[in-house]
Design a protein around this ligand. Structure first.
Ligand SMILES: Cc1cc2nc3c(=O)[nH]c(=O)nc-3n(C[C@H](O)[C@H](O)[C@H](O)COP(=O)(O)OP(=O)(O)OC[C@H]3O[C@@H](n4cnc5c(N)ncnc54)[C@H](O)[C@@H]3O)c2cc1C
Length: 513
């Protein structure tokens, strides 16, 4: 990246008083290779899609300070070019990918811990720090990060707040949105605001502004600082694991567990095929029908008590307790669910939230879907709260085979349909599922969300073409029905294609041994 010095040139009132004459250094790059690297996220789009989207940014910018972010936002308004905040690009729905070029703001250089407030149990950080880096720093000081995504080794705070996802620790402590006390945000006009209060965890006056930005996918503003609640490290953190013949057998136990008063910080599971794939690539994985790992935290006495109750619940439903070492191994592997990519194939996950009540039914319908689409899709997931389960079936595909990988994208659409039919929903909107907004919030709710976007981003420069619409390089957005029709066509095409062979050789070798 080349170094460019910019003078702050924000309009009167747009930046904090007293800082307007300061000079900062930020990195920018016009290099074609670098711009190409920023033209996709975890799920690369085939280059044929260039007809619809201009994913290649005009410039990649790496700011170090909030004032530089504000300066770039003002510049985007002046030039009427889109500006797209990006963390680590680990989300697969295109949130950090431009649809009509412009500036991509790589936030990963803003990765400092600004303050650890031990009196008020909070930490204030820049948004580009990864969840794991923050967890490690806190751990070394005797503190504990209550919640983080399983992609913690690479995902940034800003990125996960942008997606509003659920993650490790959410079952007991709440998700990122629940734990944010305050954020500094650069709005699409370049104005900077604070959304909450660093010292108290809930704001009792008027709507909670923290939540306005959680899950707004970088379309409402750019997070430049976050104050997050933390906890002292618990005396005990103990994973315990149970296996069942298959995942549907876990369902009755789960229904009891969420009513039992036992509150693991995290509940995660994987089915037989998931562990078979892992063993097929030479990883240490259990030979079980499915496995559920619950991680308990608290004092030793309370964890002992919770473990005993859990043992009873699981045994009554036919679950077998796995050895301590297996549970600890699963916990250590919590951030590496997609090791199967080592096979040399792309692993594309679908992600849905469904009521626990319909867990078994959704599992059955998902199995029928994967069969009809000639896919093999292991199911992994977590329990998000005492009513909701997050299912993440993933399939292997050859990302370089345009027809196959595009057609298989229809799987995400069909999986989302199953979720809607069962009282749940797919996770995230991004570019491809923006047409679902009205399904999530109703027509009037969706219009309010669009209205807020228009109000705070009058020039439409902040990450356009996501969440509220599927934008295109031509400046017109794709109607929801057309996007859904296209995705249904892809699913239909996949059904007509011969079965995918990826991973089959490895699985049959495994079965021989
Ligand atoms: C192995 C794996 C495991 C995963 N596990 C989970 C999980 O447990 N839970 C879960 O919810 N998701 C999970 N994900 C999805 C993804 O990792 C998360 O959504 C992640 O937190 C995104 O962070 P990121 O830094 O990569 O963001 P990006 O992908 O770069 O961006 C995500 C969105 O946030 C916006 N954004 C980025 N930075 C900012 C900022 N500073 N201000 C405003 N907007 C911003 C972007 O514009 C984009 O819309 C997983 C993904 C993988 C690959």
């Amino acid at each position: 990246m080349g170094m460019t010095a910019y003078h702050l040139w924000a309009a009167e009132g747009h930046l904090e008083r007293g800082r307007r004459e300061q000079v900062f250094i930020m990195e920018t790059s016009d290099d074609k290779l670098e711009r190409r690297l920023y033209s996709h996220d975890l799920a690369p789009l085939p280059k044929e899609m260039d007809v619809i989207f201009k994913t290649m940014p005009d410039q990649v910018v790496r700011p170090g300070y909030a004032q530089e972010v504000a300066q770039m936002v003002v510049k985007a308004n002046a030039t009427m070019k889109p500006i797209v905040p990006r963390g680590a690009g680990t989300w697969g729905l295109g949130g950090s990918v431009p649809v009509k070029g412009g500036y991509v703001l790589d936030m990963t250089a803003m990765n400092k811990v600004l303050a650890l407030d031990e009196k008020n149990l909070s930490v204030t950080v820049q948004p580009g720090i990864t969840w794991k880096a923050l967890a490690d720093i806190l751990d070394s000081k005797g503190y504990f990060l209550p919640c983080y995504p399983s992609s913690a080794p690479s995902a940034t705070l800003g990125g996960w707040i942008g997606t509003g996802g659920t993650g490790i620790g959410a079952y007991k402590y709440g998700s990122a949105g629940d734990l944010i006390r305050d954020m500094e945000i650069v709005l699409p006009t370049g104005i900077m605001i604070h959304t909450g209060d660093k010292h108290v965890s809930s704001n009792g006056g008027g709507p909670n502004l923290n939540w306005l930005f959680v899950g707004s996918e970088g379309t409402y503003g750019i997070v430049t600082e976050v104050t997050f609640s933390i906890l002292p490290k618990p005396e005990e953190l103990r994973p315990v694991a149970y296996s069942f013949d298959d995942l549907s057998k876990f369902s009755p136990a789960l229904k009891k567990l969420v009513r039992s008063g036992v509150t693991p910080m995290h509940i995660m599971f994987g089915d037989r095929l998931h562990f078979e794939y892992l063993r097929a690539i030479g990883k240490h994985a259990p030979d079980v029908g499915c496995m559920i790992t619950c991680t308990l935290t608290g004092s030793k006495a309370s964890v002992d008590l919770e473990e005993k109750t859990l043992d009873e619940i699981m045994a009554a439903a036919g679950g077998k307790k796995e050895p301590k070492e297996t549970a600890e191994h699963e916990w250590d592997e919590r951030s590496y669910e997609f090791r199967v990519r080592e096979m040399g194939a792309g692993a594309i996950p679908g992600e849905i939230l469904v009521p626990i009540e319909n867990f078994e039914k959704v599992l059955k319908e998902t199995a029928e879907l994967t069969k009809s689409m000639k896919l093999k899709a292991p199911v992994i997931g977590t329990v998000a709260d005492n009513n909701t389960v997050m299912l993440m079936p993933y399939y292997l595909t050859d990302e370089h085979n345009f027809l196959r990988s595009t057609a298989a994208m229809g799987f995400g659409k069909k999986l989302g349909d199953i979720a809607f039919e069962n009282g749940g929903r797919p996770v995230g909107l991004g570019i491809f599922f923006a047409g679902n907004l009205a399904k999530y919030r109703g027509k009037n709710g969706a219009n309010l969300i669009r209205g807020i976007k228009d109000l705070i981003d009058p020039n439409g420069i902040m990450n356009p073409g996501k969440m509220v619409e599927t934008g295109t390089r031509w400046g017109i957005s794709m109607p929801a029905f057309m996007m859904n029709f296209g995705m249904n066509m892809m699913a239909g095409m996949k059904r007509l294609m011969p079965r995918d062979k990826i991973g089959e050789k490895e699985l049959s070798e495994l079965k021989k041994h």
